[in-house]
Design a protein around this ligand. Structure first.
Ligand code: 13P
Length: 241
């Protein structure tokens, strides 16, 4: 199975820098790895035009049901799909924390993606308080039940423990496996994703820990933040899998 390497650039890079990075990725990537670049929305179309063999994704979509309308600042999943964009990150913890997104918002956004033909990359994961208290599995279970609707379409789930994002602290492969199995169990018990799903891990992924993370059989790939902005580190990650 090809592993999935999803680069979440967040609100970083100039368009010029993004082009340089894409050029290098285009030259150096191999056929064993599937790469998805989640660039700032403004850059997707010019990058897609120049690098037609790279898959680009958005970092968000609107929760509004309509495809068009008087919703200043919003971009519908339909608009993205019309431009040939196939994926969008939904419910990243930064959006939940800084922009007040709830499980219900995430559910609406994911449904809009599915309706438009986009594959949502739905992020979830506990914070350090849940982890220390020991109720992280229940917390993740609640996130799943309230943010994922029943569908037979393709869905990617990203397990991103908040305590690991940008901290350099990474769960052990045993800890990842425990959560991965729990996610699979809840989804199966509730018959949510009829055709299965891909599970990726995100949080301080680096060339040092990539082997350990991908050694977990339930993990199909990784969602990479900071390290995806560093050309050498990004290559080491997908070459060192
Ligand atoms: P870091 O890899 O910088 O910890 O970020 C992870 C992340 O938020 C990916 O979506």
């Amino acid at each position: 199975m090809n592993h999935l390497f999803i680069a979440n650039w967040k609100m970083n890079l100039s368009l010029k820098e993004a082009e340089v990075l894409c050029r290098e990725i285009d030259l150096l990537r191999d056929s064993k790895s599937d790469i998805i670049i989640c660039s700032p929305e403004l850059y997707i179309l010019p990058l897609k035009e120049k690098f037609s063999s790279i898959c680009f994704a958005n970092q968000n979509v609107s929760e509004i049901k309509e495809n068009f309308g008087a919703y200043t600042g919003e971009t519908s999943a339909y608009m993205l799909a019309q431009q040939g964009i196939k994926y969008a990150i939904i419910g990243h913890s930064e959006r939940r924390k800084l922009f007040g997104e709830t499980n219900e918002t995430v559910k609406a956004k994911a449904e809009n993606c599915l309706q438009a033909g986009l594959t949502p990359i739905i992020c979830l994961g506990e914070d350090s308080i849940n982890r220390k208290k020991g109720d992280y599995l229940e917390f993740i279970g609640e996130q799943i039940l309230h943010s994922i609707s029943k569908t037979d379409k393709e869905v990617i789930i990203a397990y991103e423990p908040i305590w690991s994002i940008g901290t350099g602290v990474v769960p052990t492969s045993e800890q990842i496996k425990e959560v991965a199995r729990y996610i699979g169990k809840i989804i199966e018990e509730h018959g949510l994703l009829e055709n299965g799903f891909k599970l990726v891990y995100g949080g301080s992924v680096s060339s040092e820990n990539i082997r350990d993370i991908l050694s977990v059989a339930e993990i199909s790939g990784v969602l990479i933040g900071k390290a995806s902005l560093d050309r050498e580190e990004f290559f080491k990650i997908f070459q060192g899998e």
